[in-house]
Design a protein around this ligand. Sequence first.
Ligand code: G3P
Length: 223
Amino acid sequence: MKFFVDTADINEIKDLASTGLLDGVTTNPSLVAASGAKSFIDLIGQICKVVPDGPVSAEVAATDYATMLKEGQHLAKIAKNVAVKVPLTPDGLKVCKALSDAGTMVNVTLCFSAAQAILAAKAGATFISPFVGRLDDIGQDGMQLIRDIVQIYKQYPAIKTEVLVASVRHPVHLVEAAKMGAHVATIPPKVIRQLYAHPLTDKGLAAFVADWAKTGQSILDAA
Ligand code: G3P
């Protein structure tokens, strides 16, 4: 399963890239606004250099076909690893088709139903982003949507669209998505750090460190 980080904070991205476990980055207009970046284009360029082997999602700002297409083409020129993010609307999917046909990666965002995910696959999306946390927030079952999309896409080997689980709020979302066979999860930095944590790991490590000290030895001195 691939891990993307869902942030536009360049320092967070650098820190998480250094773990060697990061496969890509997703941004959205809200995350860019929160980052305080003065130039969106420069920010995406910087992120693409930090994660050169992974897709970096950069979202269009317009909502009409012609302007979204121009914005998408402009974003795609920033770096080879840009995935243009478009909303799941009729115009967004037209842009998806046009950019995909031209060889650009496209991430279709704001997906809240299996029917929408079928449309995105037909439009040639590289990624479909179903938002699990926001569905949970309104009392629906976000993970059921992932289960449905994974099951549907598996029926059609010609579909190459990857299921990118978005709006991830906690480690259980990630584990459930992995059990279902979702291709990618985009995860906020805080949740990525939570993935490492277990109180028994901390307790066990403290005991090992204390017991090792009692031996009075150093592994490196013996080398
Ligand atoms: O980037 C898209 C998605 O992951 C946003 O998540 O937490 O704003 O619902 P959230």
